[in-house]
Design a protein around this ligand. Structure first.
Ligand code: SAH
Length: 352
């Protein structure tokens, strides 16, 4: 194990067999060391900064049917909503007043939001807030769509790969294609977006081999952002009786991802905070360095239920900002409100 830990830290590399062996033989003591090493390497690249992204969940309509997700189209109990362009801009305005300079627009796969509508939205945001970064997280679209939205000024795109094992991916995503998901990620990278990939921990049927494949997929893709969170079963989905992931297992994956992809921006996810009151702080201490406070209007927060009992559904944005600021400071880190680009990112100058 010492040899493997050394190789992880010095070369940021392990092969699949080594990762599986490492996960099988991880003792509580070694885990503590793993988290410490992950935190050290994160500090080397991003010091004590914790980057803030204001999250705007603008629609929970979804044409996909992912088995784990509460927004899946077959969930007839979901109360669907869409924010208007004005409402979305109001959320961004509130975030901007709070000092946020990075916004994530997330939704189910809702094609009501056409290319033209989204270009208008991104353009309006960029005119009002030229110093803010805009991230889209709206699922799979065409290459032409991704290009058009990049040209409109979108900076980043989050699209978790969800599961790097083709068979596991296919068992969870009826009607979707593993190849298309991976292809979307590659196209987004080629276009010049800062790209986020990632996966859930504790999916039914997920083995150490699958998790090793997820980590190696990330290593190979080298995304700018990596989102890893526990799977939390939703009662109105086919996976309602599944066990779900644990905070502890997710922390191991966060730390491993940090060591394998040292310069990634990695959120301490809301799902971690949902399972454990201190879950996000624990993630920060295991290599995460991003927090995404929710900016969506209070009236829709509970409706954006990927899973249930999500935290922060009753807090005003300003309260969220204070709460997060206190938590981050108490954990020994520093809130960083700037755009928070990847450490090696340089966007080509806009054509004028
Ligand atoms: N439609 C967009 C956004 C999906 S929601 C897209 O396809 O990218 C964002 C993430 O929430 C998903 O990528 C998934 O990894 C996670 N998620 C969905 N259901 C979840 C659940 N039940 N528990 C934990 N995370 C979940």
């Amino acid at each position: 194990m010492e040899v493997l830990l050394g190789k992880l830290v010095e070369q940021n590399e392990l092969d699949k067999e080594e990762i599986v062996y490492f996960l099988q033989h991880l003792t509580p003591d070694l885990k503590v060391r793993l988290f410490e090493l992950a935190e050290q390497i994160r500090k080397k690249h991003y010091d004590e900064s914790v980057y803030i992204r204001g999250l705007i969940e603008f629609s929970n309509f979804c044409k996909q049917d992912c088995l784990y997700c509460g927004l899946r189209r077959s969930n007839a109990t979901a109360e669907r909503y869409r924010l208007t362009e004005e409402e979305i801009l109001e959320c961004a305005a509130e975030g901007y007043r709070l000092g946020y300079r990075s916004f994530v627009l997330q939704s189910g796969e809702d094609f009501h939001f056409t290319e033209a509508r989204l270009i208008r939205l991104v353009t309006s945001m960029k005119i009002r807030y030229p110093d803010a970064a805009i991230t889209l997280s709206i699922g799979e679209r065409s290459e032409a769509f991704y290009r058009a939205l990049f040209d409109a000024g979108t900076d980043r795109y989050l699209l978790r790969h969800e599961a790097a094992s083709r068979s596991l991916y296919q068992s969870l995503h009826p009607g979707m294609s593993y190849d298309n998901r991976v292809n979307c990620l590659r196209i987004l990278k080629d276009i010049g977006y800062q790209v986020g990939a990632g996966f859930m921990v504790g999916l039914p049927g997920q083995t150490y081999e699958h998790l090793a494949e997820d980590l190696l997929f990330l290593k190979e893709l080298h995304p700018e952002m990596i989102g890893i969170g526990p799977f939390i079963p939703h009662s109105a989905t086919p996976l309602k009786d599944a066990q779900g992931g644990t905070v502890e297992d997710t922390l191991v994956m966060i730390a491993m991802a940090r060591l394998l992809v040292p310069d990634a921006l990695m959120p301490a996810t809301t799902a971690m905070g949902t399972l454990d009151r201190l879950g996000r702080e624990k993630a920060l201490a295991a290599g995460s360095n991003v927090i995404m406070p929710i900016l969506s209007p209070l009236k829709v927060r509970e409706k954006y239920a990927l899973y249930e009992n999500k935290i922060c559904t009753g807090d005003e944005a300003s309260h969220c900002r204070n709460c997060i600021e206190m938590r981050v400071a108490a954990a020994g880190y520093r809130i960083e409100l700037s755009r928070g680009d990847h450490c090696s990112f340089n966007r080509a100058p806009e054509k004028s």
